[in-house]
Design a protein around this ligand. Structure first.
Ligand SMILES: [Zn+2]
Length: 381
């Protein structure tokens, strides 16, 4: 009886001992790895960072296929050292001409032109901005037009209008300055006369005007920057701003407008197409809205082919390391790759590779047409 029991128990003890030796450390390790997840069974949207297992062709493009013009960049009061560094960085990615939209007006404009164009006349373009200091003094618009003329004499090659116009800017009586306010007609007519393009930022992504709830596509960005929300109590509705903007474009048909950020219709390219069809004087840049195109590669490709004369390359916030996403999206058919700014897009993007003929227009030909005074010889035919 005793003997039989010893025989039966021996393998069991053996298995238990060795089993503990083999399984023990692994079980402990797995428990450790899972520790943070145990606290919370369902990860929050910030915690959930799935790693893609997709294996597919990748083309990391560090340098644009053709020299290009960045129509949408900001450099406030650049020093000569900064400008030297900029040019070196621009050369590494084939960025031939940088358009600084933040030139200001008056003395500041002069200084910015001197720092940038004074030393590298072929590498920079500076846009002027309006000053609203005397907004409440009669004949404001005429004075802005006169100042702009002076700024052009001092080297400005375009006018940039920032997003406060139409949203935050108010008269002393509290009335909002509408995007199509007749007071500014003199300014836009002056731009037509001087052949100055107007790069204008109207409104914001439509989602910023919507409630910050679980259905909002820009939930993460609004969490990070609550001040970007445009609640109806404080701001005009998105559609009001679009209507005013479209009226502005229509009433100055001789003025060329570049609507920043795909005119905030990157999520509705058909609507943008209609805007183009109705207004031959309207162009757009793709600055900071690449994720909109990258999530609809077929539509983006067809749109760019159809409206190849109306779309311009731009980046917005300058970082030499972030342009490569634009190159990869425009030049390859890479699939499902991560975007460079998570708050703009929780989704991954796809390349929509356009033909070289279209690429050249987006990279530089359209900008060359709109911007007088750039040396076209630096660009291929
Ligand atoms: Zn900008």
């Amino acid at each position: 009886m005793n003997f039989r029991r010893t025989i039966t128990l021996f393998p069991l003890i053996f298995i238990a001992l060795f089993g503990a030796l083999i399984v023990g450390p692994r079980a402990a390790r797995t428990q450790q790895e899972q520790a943070p997840q145990k606290k919370q069974q369902t990860p929050t949207i910030d915690e959930y960072q799935p790693k893609s297992t997709l294996v597919t062709k990748e083309h990391k493009i560090e340098r644009a296929k053709f020299p290009f013009i960045d129509i949408h960049s900001h450099h406030w009061n650049p020093t000569t050292e900064e400008v030297d560094r900029l040019v070196k960085e621009m050369d590494t990615i084939n960025l031939r001409v940088m358009v600084n939209l933040s030139g200001g007006t008056g003395e500041r404009l002069k200084n910015t032109v001197a720092a940038m164009k004074g030393r590298y006349p072929d590498r920079f373009v500076v846009f002027a901005n309006m000053s609203y200091d005397d907004l409440n003094t009669p004949r404001f618009g005429k004075r802005v037009a006169a100042r702009l003329e002076e700024d052009v004499r001092n080297g400005a090659q375009g006018l940039k209008i920032f997003k406060d116009f139409g949203m935050e800017l108010k008269y002393a009586n509290g009335q909002r300055v509408h995007v199509d306010d007749p007071e500014f007609d003199a300014v836009f007519e002056k731009c037509a006369e001087l052949k100055l393009p107007v790069l204008i930022h109207v409104a914001e992504p439509a989602a910023f005007f919507d409630p910050w709830d679980y259905h909002n596509e820009r939930w993460e960005e609004l969490k990070e920057f609550p001040g970007r929300a445009r609640p109806p109590a404080k701001y005009p509705p998105f559609e009001t701003l679009m209507a005013e903007r479209n009226h502005l474009f229509a009433k100055h048909p001789r003025t060329n407008f570049i609507a920043a950020h795909l005119a905030f219709h990157g999520n509705d390219l058909e609507r943008l197409g209609k805007l183009f069809d109705a207004n031959p004087n309207v162009y757009v840049d793709i600055a900071a809205v690449l994720a909109e195109l990258g999530r609809q590669p077929y539509s983006a490709h067809d749109f760019l082919v159809k409206y190849q004369n109306r779309v311009l390359m731009g980046k917005d916030i300058y970082d030499v390391n972030e342009y490569k996403w634009y190159f990869r999206a425009l030049e390859t058919r890479d699939e499902y790759f991560e975007y460079y700014r998570k708050r703009h897009a929780f989704w991954r993007i796809y390349g929509f590779q356009v033909p070289d003929k279209v690429l050249k227009k987006v990279y530089y030909k359209n900008a060359l047409k709109l911007l007088p005074g750039i040396d076209a010889k630096a660009f291929p035919e």
